[in-house]
Design a protein around this ligand. Structure first.
Ligand SMILES: [Mn+2]
Length: 289
């Protein structure tokens, strides 16, 4: 596997060697599954560029998470065809999963997430998926495509029904019906804001291992506004940190992705926030029991 010519955080080469790094990052600039605003294909490079300006020390964890190694692999040639795209990402993820690394995929639009989740599921024999997102993504298909970004949780639930969705504030009546019929654990942003849910209880229901798929539109625009299908009224940074800390405290997280960032030239904040989010997640994994 080829290394990216520009590594996440811009850290020294000895901390980016794939064979000895505990963490691997896969940039996957695919945006064939979007319905509204484009631009997510530019996200991985924008995040890597922004990551250069991050502090390497984490003041909450009192450590430098990069010391266990973070290797950023080169983005592959991605076929335009959605089925072939899924196969491409699956094939990149699988050897890294087998080597026991903690893996993060930087999207790209949300349609990519079922490939990584499927690879984790096939390797471990089971998988729970926690989705942090403004949208439920439970449509069987959208605009004629079952591999649309608006259908990604439906594709994931084709092989695992151990799912938890948090931050949702945009869904169709059909999705609401699926939610009730299939008894899906879904925490709307309204419930979240009113603190009317039991995160610990919900996490205890999920079998290990766990995959986190994080659509940046789950955030409030004051944190991240550059995204293709924005929704007002999202999660603040410190709330996200609280949710993630709880997940890592309770569950064995084996991989994550961050999708749907659509960088804009007049907004460096969003890309920087995503870079910091990725580094925070790596630090939390590093210190999880
Ligand atoms: Mn979304």
């Amino acid at each position: 596997m080829k290394r990216h010519k520009k590594q996440f955080l811009g850290i020294e080469e000895e901390y980016t060697q794939l064979d000895v790094s505990a963490n691997a990052l896969i940039p996957f600039p695919y945006e064939g599954g979007v319905s509204y605003g484009k631009g997510t294909a530019k996200a991985p490079q924008a995040v890597i560029d922004a990551s250069i300006y991050l502090e390497l020390y984490d003041e909450i964890l009192d450590m430098e998470p990069y010391l266990k190694g973070i290797s950023t692999v080169a983005p592959p040639d991605i076929p335009a065809d959605p089925q072939k795209m899924i196969q491409t990402l699956y094939d990149i993820c699988m050897p890294l999963i087998k080597s026991g690394k903690f893996i993060g995929v930087i999207g790209g639009d949300h349609s990519i997430s079922s490939a990584f989740a499927r690879a984790l599921f096939d390797h471990y024999g089971r998988l729970s998926v926690i989705q942090l997102d403004a949208h439920a993504d439970l449509r069987h298909s959208y605009e004629g495509s079952p591999l649309s970004h608006a259908s990604v949780m439906a594709r994931i639930r084709d092989f695992t029904t151990d799912t938890l969705q948090i931050g949702i504030r945009s869904m169709s009546v059909e999705e609401a019906r699926v939610c009730k019929d299939e008894d899906i654990n879904l925490v709307t942003m309204d419930l979240f804001r009113k603190n009317n849910f039991n995160l610990t209880g919900l996490l205890e229901q999920l079998p290990d291992p766990v995959f986190i798929t994080l659509d940046v539109d789950v955030f409030d625009w004051s944190v991240i506004r550059s995204t293709g299908t924005p929704e007002p009224g999202g999660m603040y940074w410190d709330e996200m940190m609280m949710v993630l800390q709880n997940i890592f405290l309770k569950r064995n997280v084996v991989g994550f992705d961050v999708v749907e960032l659509s960088p804009k030239e007049d907004d460096i904040n969003s890309s920087f926030a995503v870079a910091k989010l990725i580094y925070k997640i790596i630090g939390m994994k590093d210190t999880a029991i």
